[in-house]
Ligand binder design. Structure first.
Ligand SMILES: [Ca+2]
Ligand SMILES: [Ca+2]
Ligand SMILES: [Ca+2]
Ligand SMILES: [Ca+2]
Length: 258
């Protein structure tokens, strides 16, 4: 079975199907090539901001997904092989140095050189992200425990792919500024606030939980760590508070957040 071929730490390499050429090596460097036919398990960690368990392609390229891959995430492969040996292998998700389609494989991870056995992949939750869904790849498996894909049955000569760990990091961001002419558009002569305002975000997330967050800013602001959800249109705010992302009057001048 043909599979993904990639060069490791070798941006100068030329990669076409089943060929990785022109790797240059100097003393002290470690480079290499991976050929997908080798027994291996591959997958990726990515931002699944809409929490649907699917890595949305960016039409028309079917690459550069807006749901970016996440490199630097720790993963562990554990299991027992047919020789009754315990297997425990660590990996870190990375971006392959592949001159073609590299953005498709941001957050990629793999283990090669495996023998028949039953395995599980464990993900270490990346800091700064909300936990998302796991997706089982081509070798099957179970997702009954969070951040673990278990019961992956691996047979020789088979490349199994598509084991995915989704994480979320939705952001609402904007600016507060003094809208001198009250038209809701920031002209070049309209400045940030002269004193910080409190910006309030309220709503209901996709777990049905009420969300109430505040930040203080006289210019740019952002709310991070958000699950998918909705924000109702605010009807009123306490004095000196802005309801993101709508408008509020302050000190007789109109202040907008965008
Ligand atoms: Ca998605
Ligand atoms: Ca996770
Ligand atoms: Ca998870
Ligand atoms: Ca204006």
């Amino acid at each position: 079975m043909d599979g993904l071929d990639i060069a490791i730490n070798a941006p100068e390499a030329s990669v076409t199907n089943d060929q990785v050429r022109a790797i240059s090596v100097t003393i002290g460097q470690t480079k290499g090539a991976l050929f997908g036919e080798k027994p291996s398990i591959t997958g990726y960690v990515y931002r699944d901001d809409n929490d649907n368990g699917a890595h949305e392609p960016n039409v028309p390229t079917f690459c550069n997904s807006p749901e970016l891959g996440l490199s630097g995430v720790g993963l562990q492969l554990t299991g027992v092989d047919v020789y009754n040996r315990n297997v425990s292998l660590n990996a870190t998700s990375f971006t392959p140095v592949n001159p073609v389609l590299n953005h498709c494989y941001d957050g990629y991870f793999y283990w090669g050189g495996l023998v028949t056995g039953t395995y599980a992949i464990l993900e270490t939750q990346p800091v700064g992200y909300l936990d998302g869904r796991e997706t089982v790849g081509t070798g099957g498996g179970l997702t009954t425990t969070n951040d673990i894909i278990s019961r992956i049955v691996f047979t020789p000569g088979v490349v199994i792919t598509g084991y995915a760990f989704g994480e979320q990091r939705n952001i609402i961001a904007g600016n507060v500024y003094l809208d001198g002419n009250g038209n809701g558009v920031r002209e070049s002569n309209e400045s940030s606030l002269d004193a910080p305002a409190t910006i309030v975000l309220s709503g209901i997330n996709n777990l049905g939980q009420a969300v109430l967050m505040t930040v203080t800013s006289s210019g740019p602001y952002q709310f991070t760590g958000l699950r998918r959800g909705t924000t109702p249109s605010p009807k009123s705010s306490p004095p000196g508070h802005l309801m993101a992302p709508n408008s509020w009057h302050r000190r007789g001048r109109r202040v907008w957040s965008q």
